[in-house]
Design a protein around this ligand. Structure first.
Ligand code: FMN
Length: 161
């Protein structure tokens, strides 16, 4: 991504895409027609550990925002890294409408830290029994954070800034 550029998308409560800005179309390589109504995992890259999306959905379901470094896949098969902020979105009465994501260019120094961590998490997910995979991978991440005495939120914020 270029400096200052934002990739924006919105989903309904089930994670189906309801809006994407032009940058989203551009980087994903899909047209608006191909994206609207599709599950947001249409841009999911196989290198991404499932535990990251578990964290994302846990946060969203709890009404909280989440920041995450995400490697996405384009229609062509190429990839692009983003630093994403995903939030629940509410109407004026406070009713949950869906979810909203704004992504910016990640700090390259952050990707150098995140990539090996995600690689280890993915390996753990592959090695574990299916039903234990996400828990094992989450534990690996929590252990890495504990070793640095930092919360997940501070970890990603510090990496980006
Ligand atoms: C607003 C919003 C934005 C999302 N953006 C992405 C994204 O850019 N890339 C991605 O792989 N998953 C994204 N997700 C998560 C996907 O919905 C999905 O959980 C994830 O791709 C993992 O796929 P799976 O749930 O089929 O395992 C987003 C979810 C929401 C609600």
């Amino acid at each position: 991504m270029r400096e200052g550029e934002l990739i924006v998308s919105k989903t309904d409560l089930k994670g189906r895409i309801t809006y994407g800005n032009r940058a989203f179309n551009h980087y994903s390589g899909f047209t608006e027609r191909e994206l609207l109504g599709k599950q947001h995992n249409i841009v999911r890259h196989p290198d991404m550990p499932r535990a990251v999306f578990q964290l994302l959905w846990d946060r969203l379901k709890a009404g909280q925002e989440v920041f995450a470094f995400v490697k996405n896949i384009a229609k062509s098969g190429s990839f692009y890294w983003v630093f994403a902020n995903v939030t629940p979105s509410y109407d004026a009465q406070g009713k949950l409408l869906g979810y909203f994501s704004v992504r910016r260019k990640p700090n390259p120094a952050a990707i150098a830290v995140i990539q090996p961590l995600y690689r280890k998490m993915l390996q753990v997910e592959k090695d574990a029994r299916t039903q234990d995979a996400i828990a094992a991978s989450t534990q690996l991440m929590l252990d890495a954070l504990a070793a640095q005495n930092v919360s997940y939120d501070d970890f990603v914020r510090n990496l980006q800034n």
